[in-house]
Design a protein around this ligand. Sequence first.
Ligand SMILES: [Zn+2]
Length: 337
Amino acid sequence: MALKEIVGHASQIKIFQSSIQKGTLAHAYLFSGLEGIGKEKCARELTKVLNCEKGGADSCDTCSVCLRIDGETFSDFHVIVPSGASRTIKIDDVQKVQKSLNLSRYEGKAKVILFTEADCLNEAASNALLKILEEPVEKTYFFLITANHEAVLPTIRSRCRQVPFYPLADSEVEQILTQSEVKDPTQREFLVRLSEGSIGRALRFFEEKGRQLRQSVIKFALSKSSSPTEALFASEQFQKSVEQDKAYLWDILKIFEGVYRDLLMLQIAGNEKQLLNPDWAQGLNQQKDLYTVDQLEAKVIMIERIRTDLHMNIQVKFALDYLLLFLIDKEKSLASH
Ligand SMILES: [Zn+2]
C-alpha cells in the first residue's frame, strides 16, 4: 500500500505530503482519534515516503526499503508497542530508543520511531521520552499514536504537533470492506452500521472471535435475571477478551449501549428499521418491556460514564465488574436516575 491507496484522511495526508516536499516536517507528531480508523497505517506509509528509494511525495511500495518497512526489518524504523500483563511501555523501551538515536542512520534517509499506543507509556517512560523529544535530532521523526488522547502526558502532547484523525465515513468503511474478504453486501451494510467509522471494529466483528463476543454481550444484556455471581463471571470472561485485544473493551461497551438503545427505540418508536442489532430483532422484541424507559436511559448514561472514566485510565476489571453489576440491578437503575 502507498499513501494514495489509503481510504479517508485526505486532508491530513495532503498536509503531510506538502510538508515532506517542502522539508518542513515536524520532528514529533501525535495522531489521535478513534481506534481502528487508520492512524497507524498513515504513520507507516509516511515512514515509507520518507525513506523510499524513488523519493517524491508518495512511496513506490515496491523497492526493497518499502518492503522492509512493511516487514519491520528496516533498521532505521523502530516500532514500540506495550508489553506485559499491564500492557505498558516501560522506561527500558524508551532507553532502547535513546540508544538507537545515538547511532548514526544505518541505511535510510530518515529514522522513524513509532509508538502504536502512546497512552500506554508509564510515567517513567513518559519522562524519559520527554527528554528525547526536547532535543530534536536531524532527520529523526516520532509518530505517537493514541485512541486515548487524555491519557497521554500533557507535557508530551505539548512537545508534539497534534493531528486529530476522524472516524471514516460509512461509504469509506464500505469501500474498505468491499476490498477485503467481506463479499456479502448485506453483511457489509451490517458491519458498516456497527463500525461507527472504525474499519478496525468492522473487521473485528467479521472475525469469529468478535462475533462470539458480541453474542455473549447481547445474551447477557437480554437475560431476564442474572445474579451478581453470574455478572462477575461474565465480567471475567469479557476481561479475558480485553487482555487479548484492548480494542474489545470499547466494542463491549458499544454493544451494551447498542442493545439498550435498541430497546429504547422499540419501546418509544416501535421501529425495527433503525435497530443497531437487526439480527437480534426477535430477542429484543421479546425483552423490550423488561425495563422501563428510565431504567434503559440510566443504563446508557452509566455506559457513557464508564467510557469517560476509562479515558482517565481506571482499571478494566473494576470498570467491567461495576458496570455489569449495575446493569443487572433494576432497583439501582431506577434510584440513580
Ligand atoms: Zn519504495
